[in-house]
Design a protein around this ligand. Structure first.
Ligand SMILES: Nc1ncnc2c1ncn2[C@@H]1O[C@H](COP(=O)(O)OP(=O)(O)OP(=O)(O)O)[C@@H](O)[C@H]1O
Ligand SMILES: [Mg+2]
Length: 289
C-alpha cells in the first residue's frame, strides 16, 4: 500500500514537471501528510457560504484591477447555483475566493460560519481539502495515470486512511457512472468521460461544496447535458454545487442563476420550470458515429 502511494506521488510529481495540471496539484499538495488535523468548530445552522461586501483588487504595480466591487450574497446547503456573466466580469475571481484559493481584498467571506481570513495557512488548506471539491474546464487529469488513480490522488493529501482511498475513488467513479473505465488512461476516454473522472476526483474527499469553473466549456452540447445530469443527481443527493458557465442552456439546469457584470452581482434569480437533464437527453438526437 505504501509503495502504491509512493508511486502515485511520484506520478503526480512527474506530471507537475510537465506543463499542465499545476493548478490542481497546487491545491492538493498544500497539506502536510502527517500530524493531527486542525480542530475547527463548525457552527451547524449557518449558510454554507456568506459573502459580505467583498472587493478584490489585483495589484499590477502601476495599475490596479478592481475585479470584484462589493459582492454580497448567501448560499445555503443543497443549493445548485450557476454563475453567468461576460468575460472579465469577475466570475473566476469570485470562485477562487469561494474555493479559498484567494482572499478578498476587503469584505468578509464566511464558509460554514467561519471567517476564512481568520484561518492560518494550514487551517485553510485543511478546509479546502476536506470541504471543497474542484472541477475545471480543462479536466486537469494526469496523463500517465489511470482513471482510478487520478480520482484517488486527492485522498493522499487529506489524511484518508490507506486502502480507504482506493475504496472511495471507486465509489466516486461509480457515482459518475464510470466504474467500468477505472483502468483506462485519460487518452483512452472521451471528453465527457474525462470530465466525469475529474468530477469523481472532486468528490473523493466528500466535500460539502463542489465548485466547477466552466466544466462544460470544452464539451459538445449533448455531452454538456450529460455532465449536467451528473450534477443534478449529485445535487439531488444534497451536495451544494456552484458552477460558472457562459451558456444559458447549461445554467437552466441549476436552481438559481447569478449574473455578474463588471465585478458586481447584477441579478440573482431562481430558475423556473427547471428541466431535468435526463429528460432533455432522451429527446436529443444521439451522436452519429
Ligand atoms: N491574476 C490576475 N492578475 C491581474 N488581473 C486579473 C487576474 N485574474 C483576473 N484578473 C482581471 O480581473 C478581472 C476579472 O477576471 P476573471 O478571471 O474573474 O473574469 P471571468 O468572469 O472569470 O472571465 P472569463 O469568462 O473570461 O473566464 C479581469 O479584468 C481580469 O483581467
Ligand atoms: Mg473565468
Amino acid at each position: 500500500m505504501l509503495e502504491h502511494q509512493e508511486r502515485l506521488r511520484a506520478l503526480a510529481a512527474a506530471d507537475r514537471r510537465g506543463v499542465s495540471n499545476i493548478l490542481i496539484l497546487k491545491h492538493m499538495a498544500t497539506i502536510p501528510h502527517s500530524g493531527p488535523a486542525p480542530v475547527i468548530a463548525i457552527p451547524s445552522d449557518a449558510a454554507v457560504i456568506r459573502v459580505e461586501d467583498v472587493h478584490k483588487y489585483y495589484d499590477l504595480g502601476e495599475t490596479k484591477v478592481h475585479a470584484l466591487r462589493g459582492v454580497t450574497l448567501d448560499i445555503s446547503k443543497g443549493e445548485f447555483v450557476a454563475i453567468m456573466g461576460s468575460s472579465g466580469s469577475g466570475k473566476s475571481t469570485f470562485m477562487n475566493i469561494l474555493g479559498c484559493l484567494d482572499k478578498p481584498t476587503t469584505g468578509r467571506y464566511l464558509l460554514n460560519g467561519i471567517e476564512v481570513s481568520s484561518l492560518s495557512k494550514k487551517e485553510l488548506a485543511f478546509i479546502r481539502n476536506s470541504q471543497i471539491g474542484f472541477v475545471f474546464q480543462g479536466f486537469n487529469l494526469l496523463a500517465r495515470t489511470t482513471a482510478l488513480e487520478n480520482v484517488e490522488l486527492p485522498t493522499l493529501y487529506a489524511r484518508v486512511d490507506k486502502g480507504e482511498g482506493q475504496n472511495r475513488a471507486l465509489e466516486a467513479l461509480r457515482l459518475v457512472g464510470l466504474a467500468d473505465r477505472m483502468k483506462h488512461y485519460p487518452s483512452q476516454l472521451s471528453g465527457g468521460q474525462q470530465q466525469r473522472v475529474a468530477i469523481a476526483r472532486g468528490l473523493v474527499n466528500r466535500p460539502a461544496i463542489l465548485l466547477a469553473d466552466e466544466p462544460t466549456g470544452n464539451l459538445d452540447s449533448r455531452t454538456s447535458v450529460e455532465i449536467m445530469e451528473v450534477f443534478q443527481t449529485l445535487n439531488d443527493g444534497g451536495l451544494t454545487i456552484i458552477l460558472v458557465t457562459h451558456e444559458p442552456d447549461v445554467a437552466q439546469f441549476a436552481r438559481r442563476v447569478l449574473q455578474f457584470r463588471d465585478g458586481r452581482l447584477k441579478s440573482d434569480h431562481t430558475v423556473k420550470n427547471r428541466p431535468r437533464a435526463e429528460e432533455v437527453l432522451r429527446n436529443m438526437p444521439a451522436v452519429e458515429d
